[in-house]
Design a protein around this ligand. Structure first.
Ligand code: ADP
Ligand SMILES: N[C@@H](CCOP(=O)(O)O)C(=O)O
Length: 323
């Protein structure tokens, strides 16, 4: 990644005065992530140092940010482990920095578990179900901005770069997903605010203790099942083959089901949702690869990983959601 916008400690000194955080004493760019510019920010007030994360939003506008930041605040207030946004003295969660929207959120303890076992998957599944339930009374609405409407926009942009085999897969999957998204079954699936990008690198663990979900900047309203599918497709796969690991899948789905039982409709839409979740990231990775943006450091994610996962989900029946 990526620090797309350079910021110095000097820049932050004056800016931080609008937050009830005291002085900025350290600032360090974070060299991972692909959407925003992120920094670890340490502040000091009354001799006490506190760590935060400062995010400058590169692609999201002021009008979109209340959804994400208020959602994090809503979830945090209901005991879901997510970073809490810090409000300014004026009560704003998002204010300009170098002309772009910026926010400060609490820093989660721990680090990402990039080689998860069933115990980690169970913790993620249970917290995901808790998050879906806690989001039910969230009053703001925003569609999933990387949902089917975006797939229709992105497809013509990437098609000229694809081989014949890839083109055939992309066209046929879009066609299949149009039918699924237009079906009565899809309308009956429980929905609400979803994270929509709950990959291994967006969850913190301290050993086996989950300390939080973060990076809510792809969140939107979609089916809860889509969120589960995104999560399973990342946490429960063999990274070389895209094949699902039965022990991790079972641990995640059983833990989720124990908190928020899946419905029969969700069972019926499960394989379609796993395919949708694979398509979503294949397409966005193709889009990012072929239409790169400027950044100080930028390593695009490999699209072929999700092409492989999509082919796997098309070829093999999905594991049962529940017994
Ligand atoms: N609230 C947080 N607490 C701790 N670390 C964080 C937090 N938010 C972001 N980070 C760190 O910053 C990195 C990049 O953040 P991320 O949100 O994934 O970036 P992007 O939005 O650009 O994809 C993460 O991998 C993590 O190490
Ligand atoms: N998880 C997505 C890309 C989004 O990047 P993130 O660092 O914000 O999670 C992918 O792997 O394609």
């Amino acid at each position: 990644m990526a620090v797309f916008t350079s910021v110095s400690l000097d820049d932050v000194q004056a800016w931080i005065a609008q937050f009830p955080l005291g002085d900025a004493v350290a600032l360090k760019g974070i060299a991972s992530g692909i959407e925003n510019s992120n920094f670890f920010l340490t502040t000091e007030r009354d001799g006490q140092r506190t760590d935060h994360v400062l995010t400058i939003f590169e692609n999201l506008g002021f009008e979109q940010l209340p959804f994400y930041l208020q959602l994090m605040r809503h979830l945090a207030s209901r005991g879901v482990l997510v970073p809490a946004p810090v409000a300014t003295h004026a009560g704003e969660l998002c204010v300009p920095l170098h002309g772009k929207p910026a926010a400060i959120v609490s820093k989660l303890e721990g680090s990402s578990q990039m080689a998860p076992g069933p115990v980690h998957c169970a913790a993620v599944g249970a917290m995901l179900a808790k998050m879906h339930l806690a989001g039910q009374d969230f009053p703001l609405h925003q569609p999933n901005l990387r949902g089917i409407a975006w797939w229709h926009e992105a497809t013509p942009a990437v098609l000229p770069h694809l081989s014949e085999l890839e083109t055939r897969l992309l066209r046929s999957e879009i066609h299949y997903q149009e039918a699924f998204h237009g079906s009565d079954l899809h309308k009956r699936l429980p929905h609400g605010p979803v994270h929509a990008d709950l990959f291994r690198n967006n969850v913190m663990f301290d050993g086996e203790r989950l300390t939080g979900f973060f990076d809510f900047y792809f969140a939107g309203c979609d089916t809860w099942l889509f969120d589960v599918a995104v999560t399973v497709n990342d946490w429960c796969v063999d990274l070389d083959t895209g094949v699902l690991d039965e022990a991790r899948v079972r641990a995640m789905l059983d833990a989720y089901h124990a908190v928020r039982p899946f419905t029969a409709d969700e069972q019926a839409g499960w394989q379609c949702s796993l395919r949708a979740a694979a398509l979503r990231f294949w397409l966005s990775r193709l889009y990012d690869l072929h239409r790169p943006r400027e950044a100080e450091i930028l390593t695009p994610h490999d699209p072929t990983h999700f092409e492989r996962i999509l082919r796997e989900r098309v070829a093999h029946p999905a594991p049962r959601l529940f017994a």
